[in-house]
Design a protein around this ligand. Structure first.
Ligand code: XMP
Length: 510
C-alpha cells in the first residue's frame, strides 16, 4: 500500500483497470478498491483524490452499488466517470433518469466553461460515450462545464468542493484529450505528486522481501513466462541463494524454449534447477484424447514432480508466485469473472506443503512487470513473449500426444513465430501459435501424391485473453509461412488459418 495516490472506486466498469493504469502512467500511484470499501480503509491510503469508475448499474435500481456517504465528508476531490458521475448527482441531491436516446460511441463535447479540468484544451472535441441514463438535474453547488448532443450535463463540477463528473470515458483512447483530463484532475485538482517509479519500486520491494523472508528459504516454480521470471529475478536480487528456482521441463515446450530460459536466468546469476520430467509426463499422456483429462494429468503430475523436488529442501518456508494486480482486483472485485489460471500457479501446493505465499508483483499491471523486468536486465525475448498455456503443446496437438507429433508441431510453430518476428508482426499480435490437427489430406508435391497432416495457424488480437479477434495478418505473410512450413516440415502438406473470434471460439483449440 503506497500513500498519497489516487484511489479508484470500482463500480464494475470494464475500464476500471484502464483508469488506474492511466494514473500510474503519470507516475502517480493508483489503487482500485471495491465500491463498498469502508471509509477507514480508503483513508488509510492517505489518497490525494478519488475517482468513481463507471459501471453497468442504474443509480435508482433497488440494489445499485453506492458508496457510503461518509466519502463526501473526507474533503477529498472526486472525479466521477459515467456511472460515477451519476452516483455524485444522485447522492448529492440531483436527479438521474433514463435517457430517451442512448448514447454509445463517439460524441462531440462542447466545453462551456474552461475550468481546471479542461485547462488548455480545445472548445470542442470527440469523446467516447456509453450510457443509458443521464443526469437531468444538478445537485446544489454544481454547474455544467460541457454538453454533448444527448447529454445536457456531459461534464459538471462543484468547484468549491472539487467534485467533477464526466458522462464520457476519459480513460479510453477514443476520447481525444482524455489523458489531459486525467492529468488535470490528478495534478491541477488533487495536487498529487509524482511518487510512482519502477526504479523505486525495485528498491522498496527488495527491502520488503528481505524483511518478510529474513533468513528463510523461498521456492519458485518457473514457467518461462514473464511473470514468474520477473518475480524470481526480483526475489533473487533481494535474497540471493535463499531462493530455489525450479524449472520443470514437461516435454511439452516449444522448440528451444528450455534452453532460452536456462540461458537467460543463469546469465543473471540465478541458481536455476532444471528438471527434465518429460518422460513421466509423456508416458502418462499416452493415448489420452480428452482435453480436460490432459490438463488434469499435466496439472497433477506437475505438482507431484515439484513436490518431490521441493522435499530436497525441507527448510523452505515460502512459495514464490507471480500474481499480478488484475488477479488481485478480480478476486476482490465486484464481479468475479472466472479467469483461466495456469497450473503453474501450483494451486493447492501452499497448503499441502505448508508454505506461505510470497507475491512481490501483486501491485503491478502487466506492462509494469515488463518495465520492471527490463530494469532487472531480463532479455526482451522473455519479456515480450506471448502467453503460453501451462499444459503447453499438449493442448495444441488435437487428440493423443506423442513425440513425433510434438516434433512436427515444434517445427511448424517455430517457422510461424520466426517469420512473425522477421516481418515485425510478433509484437503486434497478442498471441500466435500453430496447432496440429489429427487429419490427413491429399496433396501433390512435385509429381507425387502426398497424404499428410494439416497445421492450423492461429493469431489473435486481445487485451487480456478473455475476448479476442483473429489478427488480420497480411496475405503475403501467410503465403510465405505456408510455403516454408510445407517445404521444410516433412509430414505436413496443408496449412490453414483460423478466423474464429472469441467468443464463440476459444483461443486454444482444446
Ligand atoms: P482460451 O483457449 O480459453 O485461452 O481462449 C485464453 C488464454 O488462456 C490460455 N490458456 C491456458 N493457460 N492453462 C494455462 O495456463 C490452461 O489450461 C490454459 N488454457 C488456455 C491461452 O493460451 C490463452 O492465452
Amino acid at each position: 500500500m503506497k500513500k498519497g495516490g489516487i484511489v479508484v472506486i470500482n463500480f464494475g466498469s470494464q475500464y476500471v483497470q484502464l483508469i488506474a493504469r492511466r494514473v500510474r502512467e503519470l507516475n502517480v500511484y493508483s489503487e482500485i478498491l471495491p465500491w463498498d470499501t469502508p471509509i477507514e480503509e480508503i483513508l488509510k491510503r492517505e489518497p490525494k483524490g478519488i475517482i468513481f469508475s463507471g459501471g453497468p448499474a442504474s443509480v435508482y435500481a433497488k440494489d445499485a452499488p453506492l458508496p457510503s456517504e461518509e466519502i463526501y465528508k473526507t474533503g477529498l476531490p472526486i472525479l466521477g466517470i459515467c456511472y460515477g458521475l451519476q452516483v455524485l448527482a444522485h447522492q448529492l441531491g440531483g436527479k438521474v433518469a433514463p435517457a430517451d436516446k442512448h448514447e454509445y460511441g463517439r460524441a462531440t463535447l462542447k466545453v462551456l466553461k474552461e475550468d481546471k479540468i479542461f485547462k488548455n484544451l480545445p472548445k470542442e472535441f470527440q469523446v467516447w460515450m456509453s450510457h443509458a441514463d443521464k443526469v437531468v438535474e444538478l445537485p446544489e453547488g454544481f454547474e455544467t462545464l460541457a454538453v454533448s448532443d444527448n447529454a445536457p450535463h456531459a461534464a459538471v463540477a462543484d468547484l468549491k468542493r472539487n467534485y467533477y463528473g464526466v458522462q464520457f470515458h476519459p480513460e479510453v483512447t477514443h476520447t481525444q484529450y482524455g489523458t489531459d483530463i486525467i492529468v488535470n484532475f490528478v495534478f491541477e485538482v488533487c495536487g498529487a505528486e509524482k511518487n510512482w517509479f519502477m526504479e523505486n519500486f525495485v528498491e522498496e520491494e527488495i527491502k520488503k522481501i528481505r524483511e518478510t523472508v529474513r533468513n528463510k528459504k523461498v521456492i519458485a516454480a518457473l514457467s518461462g513466462g514473464v511473470d514468474s521470471t520477473v518475480a524470481a529475478v526480483l526475489t533473487y536480487k533481494a535474497i540471493g541463494n535463499q531462493l530455489i528456482p525450479i524449472f520443470i521441463d514437461h516435454g511439452l515446450l516449444r522448440e528451444g524454449e528450455r534452453e532460452e530460459v536456462e540461458r537467460a536466468l543463469k546469465g543473471l546469476g540465478l541458481p536455476l534447477r532444471v528438471i527434465d520430467a518429460s518422460e513421466i509426463f509423456l508416458s502418462r499422456l499416452e493415448g489420452v484424447e480428452d482435453p480436460e483429462e490432459k490438463r488434469k494429468i499435466i496439472g497433477h503430475t506437475f505438482i507431484e514432480v515439484f513436490e518431490k523436488e521441493a522435499k530436497k529442501y525441507p527448510d523452505v518456508e515460502f512459495l514464490l508466485q507471480g500474481t499480478l494486480y488484475p488477479d488481485v482486483i478480480e478476486s476482490a472485485g465486484v464481479k468475479g469473472a472466472a479467469k483461466i489460471k495456469s497450473h503453474h500457479n501450483v494451486g493447492g501446493l501452499p497448503e499441502r506443503m505448508n508454505l506461505k505465499l510470497l507475491e512481490p508483483l501483486r501491485e503491478l499491471f502487466k506492462d509494469e512487470v515488463r518495465q520492471l523486468g527490463k530494469i532487472l536486465g531480463i532479455p526482451d525475448e522473455i519479456l515480450q513473449r506471448h502467453p503460453f498455456p501451462g499444459p503447453g503443446l499438449a493442448i495444441r496437438i488435437l487428440g493423443p500426444v506423442n513425440k513425433e507429433d510434438l516434433n512436427l508441431l515444434r517445427k511448424a510453430d517455430k517457422i510461424f513465430i520466426e517469420e512473425l518476428k522477421r516481418w515485425g508482426l510478433y509484437n503486434k499480435v497478442w498471441q500466435a501459435f500453430a496447432v496440429l490437427l489429427p487429419v490427413k489430406t491429399v496433396g501433390v508435391m512435385g509429381d507425387v501424391r502426398t497424404y499428410e497432416r494439416v497445421v492450423a495457424l492461429r493469431a489473435v488480437d486481445s487485451s487480456d485473453g478473455m475476448t479476442a479477434d483473429w489478427s488480420r495478418l497480411p496475405y503475403d505473410f501467410l503465403d510465405h509461412v505456408m510455403r516454408r512450413i510445407i517445404n521444410e516440415v516433412r509430414g505436413i502438406n496443408r496449412v490453414v488459418y483460423d478466423i474464429t473470434s472469441k467468443p464463440p471460439g476459444t483461443i486454444e483449440w482444446e
